[in-house]
Design a protein around this ligand. Structure first.
Ligand code: NI
Length: 272
């Protein structure tokens, strides 16, 4: 039995259900993000951590070209500063049979006001290596997506290690989900770098949300967010599941010239 088969065979059966209070839903609608507390059990967190480490060690993802560093050109050499794995569940559908995924989908359905069965979900693992993990600049997730559609979606972000200001927890601009998709550009002005950044941000308004491992935050696809560099001597691993309500085709698609420049710019379309 290979290591991955062994890991998959050890998947725990977890019953852990997250519920939301009405004031949490109101807070999300007002602020564009929400801390929801614990989203899975210790047992599942340990299993996910072992699987996560294996996938990063093997550079495995669920789609061709779906493992890369966000901060430097695709296929370039160099130390990983912000490596990520797109859509791991396409290779390992067991990742959709977790308390993490089921709770994320349940919470997303409540926050978006749609039935769970209407949501498309897809995962994204991102890591800040110890000491070398760099910042993830200010952006809106929707800036990465196909502009021919409009979206109503949330990202459910769970760190597998305690996320603090020092290790790179998420930071949000409250209320920014009500703005349009702002102009973005590629990091360093280089279209072969996947990462996008917007300059239309006032960082003095940022709210940092430190959360322990196994807790989660949720943000809307238009909420401006950022995470700082990892200054600690341990990795800051995180796993996001994105849940989209049914897409609506735009009559007049907005101009997003930075997307045309991206090799994998529309990878998120696979979520919908
Ligand atoms: Ni993001």
């Amino acid at each position: 039995m290979t290591e991955i088969d062994q890991l998959l065979a050890e998947q725990p059966l977890v019953r852990f259900e997250v519920t939301l209070e009405p004031e949490q839903i109101r807070s999300f609608q007002d602020q564009g993000y929400l801390e929801i507390g614990r989203i899975t059990s210790d047992e599942e967190l340990a299993w996910l951590g072992a699987l996560y480490d294996h996938l990063f060690a093997e550079h495995r993802s669920g789609i061709t070209g779906g493992y890369f560093d966000l901060t430097r050109p695709y296929d370039s050499a160099g130390p990983d500063r912000l490596p990520q794995i797109l859509l791991p569940e396409k290779a390992f559908p067991q990742l959709r049979e977790t308390a993490l995924f089921h709770n994320g989908r349940r919470v997303a359905a409540r926050l978006l006001g749609v039935d769970e069965s209407a949501l498309e979900g897809g995962g994204h693992m991102i890591q800040k290596p110890a000491l070398y993990g760099t910042e993830l600049p200010w952006h809106q997730d929707e800036a990465y997506w196909d502009p021919r559609f409009t979206y109503d979606a949330v990202g459910v972000w769970m760190p597998l290690d305690d996320a603090t200001l020092e290790s790179g927890c998420l930071q949000f601009i409250p209320g920014s989900h009500r703005s349009a998709v702002l102009p973005h550009r590629h990091l360093g002005g280089d279209p072969s770098v996947h990462g996008l950044v917007t300059d239309a941000v006032d960082p003095s308004r940022a709210v940092a949300v430190a959360v322990p491992a196994g807790h989660a935050t949720v943000h809307h696809c238009r909420t401006l967010h950022y995470s700082g560099p990892n200054r600690t001597d341990h990795p800051r691993r995180a796993y996001t599941n994105e849940f989209q309500a049914p897409l609506v085709r735009c009559e007049t698609p907005p101009e997003r010239p930075w997307i045309e420049q991206t090799k994998l710019g529309w990878a998120r379309r696979e979520l919908g």
